[in-house]
Design a protein around this ligand. Sequence first.
Ligand SMILES: C[S@@+](CC[C@H](N)C(=O)[O-])C[C@H]1O[C@@H](n2cnc3c(N)ncnc32)[C@H](O)[C@@H]1O
Length: 267
Amino acid sequence: MNIFRKKRRLRLGQVGNGPEQPSAEELAAFAREEELYALGNAAALDSFGLSSALMISRYRPIAKHLASIGKRYSMLHPDVLILLYYLACKSRGDILEIGPYIGGSTIALAEGVRDAGQERAFVTVEKGGRLEHPTLTSRDIVADLKQNLAHNRVADLVQLIVGEAVANETGEEVRRRLRPGSVELFVMDADGGVELALDFYRDLLADHCWVVIDDYFAATGPAFDKAARTKAQIDALGTTGELEGLAPFGWGTWFGRWHRPHFVRHP
Ligand SMILES: C[S@@+](CC[C@H](N)C(=O)[O-])C[C@H]1O[C@@H](n2cnc3c(N)ncnc32)[C@H](O)[C@@H]1O
């Protein structure tokens, strides 16, 4: 265990209230499971690999913890939170998220960053405002987000930028924190403007990076129209080879990879 990880765990141990930390025996058992299902490296996480990672993670203490985070702060399915955590653990580069709302997905990602034990940038972009929701209403999204990140002791791992995702000033703020080609995990759960967001942030993405986009599917409700637009854009980017779909999980969250198109210069 490197020093960054050890220090942070010690700190978490002092304050308590984090996810239950696995014992050395449990960590050894997790490593054996990963070996058994050939999940040794990030490249092994194809669609079967992602499903296997989800399957084995459901039995770990983190799954129970993320289910409780999900109930309090997220519109995403608990399986999606587990996979966000898992990918944040497995990836080594920076993370860019658009649309944290009050922090469910953000906390899952930040805990993955913390447990991976390697310092890197995690930037999340939220435009703020208020939102009526059957169970997760917020009168001030940014205030609630900040409070929830602090309450879950991950605020120091997340760089929050308040603004419209594709506004020039937001882009400048994001680029002050992220280098070109450094993002290995791009998570988008915002307004369905997938093509616009990719056009705007493409230079920051590492070739073959992970991409997670909600809502690829919604049977009914307010996300129905957004899902239709989102699916059409993802599928179109799939035909050009820029996006490669691996699997949808949860209630309709798309998981895949981004491949640098030939027309984009290497950073
Ligand atoms: C569906 S919620 C995100 C849910 C969250 N990921 C979770 O785990 O529950 C969408 C969020 O994206 C934000 N948003 C929507 N469009 C945006 C945009 N263009 N720029 C920045 N934030 C945006 C909304 O304010 C809202 O907080």
